[in-house]
Write a protein that binds this ligand. Structure first.
Ligand SMILES: [Zn+2]
Length: 263
């Protein structure tokens, strides 16, 4: 039985083109993108989206996000991996909410909450947040977590099944992509995913013209937030001395990609 189980898991793995790590893959990128598009629209209609026409902050979110997306597109192109970004149609929205949070769904559907802007304080730190969150999406981290969740709950995915038609699969999707989902920290590889998101997020922010060293200041500000309940952003992103030490170790590589934005 054990052998059969191991064979099953290997057959359901995919090799990540960027990180080189094998990931459990019970759902296809195409399937999660279809579901993400639907859930993204649901989220936007249930929340107050700040218009770029009337808000400098919303304009900034779009500007920084677009630069990060362009950097990622360039990075993948240089590695001959453009097909990995198939189906990506980038969207950046600022949502009016006190929550300290930001996320990116598969297919490039990004939300920044106004509550995180007092912590980012500047465009470079916002670029760090977006670089990190978008890396989770392009590196298929959500799909990996969703696959782990489906395995844990014994949910079958038959071939090209439309995930939206399976309420159990939709529940797992929401528990993975929903803000502050507690499931995330408990899953295997969550630490690896965090390090990968920090690593490539720094590179993408630097390529987009933002100083990657702002990551250190940003995570220190996150760590100092305090309050009764940690912000949703932290439930997924433990902010500790260990992270800052790892970021510092990654900094020389990221700085090699850094060309400041010329305005
Ligand atoms: Zn993260």
């Amino acid at each position: 039985m054990f052998t059969a189980c191991v064979t099953f898991i290997c057959a359901a793995c995919s090799h990540n083109a960027i990180t080189g790590r094998n990931q459990l893959s019970l759902v296809s990128e195409e399937q999660v993108q279809v579901l993400a598009q639907k859930e993204y629209l649901n989220f936007l209609s249930a929340n107050h989206v700040v218009s770029s026409a009337s808000s400098k902050d919303a304009e900034m979110v779009t500007r920084v996000g677009t630069r990060i997306a362009n950097a990622i597109t360039q990075y993948y192109k240089e590695k001959g991996l453009t097909n990995e970004l198939e189906g990506y149609k980038w969207e950046f929205n600022l949502v009016d909410s006190k929550e300290v949070n930001a996320w990116c769904m598969p297919g490039g559907k990004v939300v920044v909450y106004t509550g995180i802007l007092p912590v980012t304080q500047n465009e470079a730190a916002l670029a760090i947040v977006l670089g990190h969150e978008i890396t989770h999406a392009v590196a298929g981290h959500g799909r990996e977590r969703m696959s782990q969740g489906m395995l844990a709950e014994n949910i079958q995915n038959a071939g090209n099944m439309v995930l939206g038609n399976n309420p159990q699969a939709v529940n797992v999707f929401n528990s993975v992509y929903g803000p502050g989902a507690p499931l995330l920290v408990l899953l295997p590889n969550s630490r690896k995913q965090e390090l990968e998101a920090d690593h490539y997020g720094l590179i993408f922010a630097a390529m987009a013209g933002y100083n990657p060293q702002e990551a250190i200041n940003f995570w220190k500000r996150m760590a100092n937030l305090g309050g009764e309940k940690p912000p949703a952003f932290l439930s997924d992103h433990p902010s500790d001395a260990d992270r800052i030490q790892k970021l510092q170790a990654l900094m020389p590589e990221a700085l090699g990609y850094y060309k400041p934005v010329t305005k």
